[in-house]
Design a protein around this ligand. Sequence first.
Ligand SMILES: Cc1cc2nc3c(=O)[nH]c(=O)nc-3n(C[C@H](O)[C@H](O)[C@H](O)COP(=O)(O)O)c2cc1C
Length: 171
Amino acid sequence: MKILLLSGSPRKNGNSSAMADAFTAGAQSAGHEVVRFDVGRMDIAGCQGCEYCHVQGEGQCVQQDDMQDIYPHLADCDMIVFASAVYYWTLTAQMQAALHRFYAIGKPAKATKFAMLLSSGSPGVYDAINSQIKSAFDFMGIEIVGVITSNGEENKSPAKLEECRALGASL
Ligand SMILES: Cc1cc2nc3c(=O)[nH]c(=O)nc-3n(C[C@H](O)[C@H](O)[C@H](O)COP(=O)(O)O)c2cc1C
């Protein structure tokens, strides 16, 4: 299975990045291919709502930024994974920008599974993200197969990283 992992924190060796690393190790041990983009540190603008993609672009986004590197993988991956810090009870702005840019293609052609790895400072801050992601991936016809959250002292703990690794290995 080809897994597209988008990591949304701007922090290079941060907590959600460690969750992504552990998930990747597990998935690779099970024979899956993981293609990762650290969208938190890429040049990906928000959607402009120009509708070029739907009117004359045939699914191509008019904005020529780093999202163009991701679109081919979005088209042929079997699974999508988001790893993100929680910022103000939602995904980081960078992660949101990448998600909003899915609009150009509508529904990823092959992906049937989705998982999410979230890191926060406090517990109990995930309702808005879970609600948004459930609606968005239901709309895309993609099943959510796992959500792992980590907060406070759980961040980068061996137990939490093992949970992430095990999710990847279970696929
Ligand atoms: C701008 C900003 C907003 C944040 N908002 C929240 C929040 O709403 N709830 C929370 O529990 N933690 C919040 N945090 C803390 C981060 O989610 C937490 O430090 C997380 O572990 C960072 O993950 P990272 O190392 O992958 O970037 C915020 C941090 C920043 C910088």
